[in-house]
Ligand binder design. Structure first.
Ligand SMILES: [Zn+2]
Length: 144
């Protein structure tokens, strides 16, 4: 298959979020179900194309996080970066906010989209003690 024959918008033109739904938008492979954010034209796991553009759950599991002490454009240190596995989607690395000191992982989190699409960061994750997850389970309250 020639990639030039795929009728898919290039990376910068593909949607990355759905502001109305408050979700990240990426891709899901119709053959192997691999997910990706930002969305990919061709599956990174099996090479199938085209992929399906899809919105992912607002909930996920934070698996790790770290404090960053180096400034980035538009971001004043210190800030927290976290590795989050979305409930029905890919692993995302993004900002985390509202974490109590000594927060333990894994921790259920919810995605928050910033109000201003020009702001950095565009989205972040917060602890989600009262949010139902895509699998029907409820997050346990965070302890200590
Ligand atoms: Zn695939």
């Amino acid at each position: 298959m020639e990639l030039s024959k795929l009728d898919i918008a290039n990376t910068t033109a593909r949607p990355r979020y759905d502001r109305e739904a408050g979700t990240l938008v990426g891709s899901r492979c119709e053959r192997c179900l691999a997910t990706s954010w930002p969305g990919r034209a061709v599956c990174h796991r099996c090479g199938y194309a085209p992929t399906t553009i899809t919105s992912f759950a607002q909930t996920g599991m934070m698996l790790s996080y770290t404090t960053v002490w180096v400034a980035r454009p538009g971001v004043t240190p210190p800030f927290t970066l976290a590795q989050v596995k979305l409930d029905d989607g890919p692993m995302i690395v993004g900002h985390a906010r509202e974490l109590a000191e000594g927060t333990r992982v894994p921790l259920h989190v919810v995605l928050v989209l910033g109000e201003d699409p020009e702001m950095t960061p565009l989205f972040w994750f917060e602890p989600a003690p009262d949010v139902p997850h895509a699998d029907g389970s409820w997050a346990a309250a965070q302890s200590g």
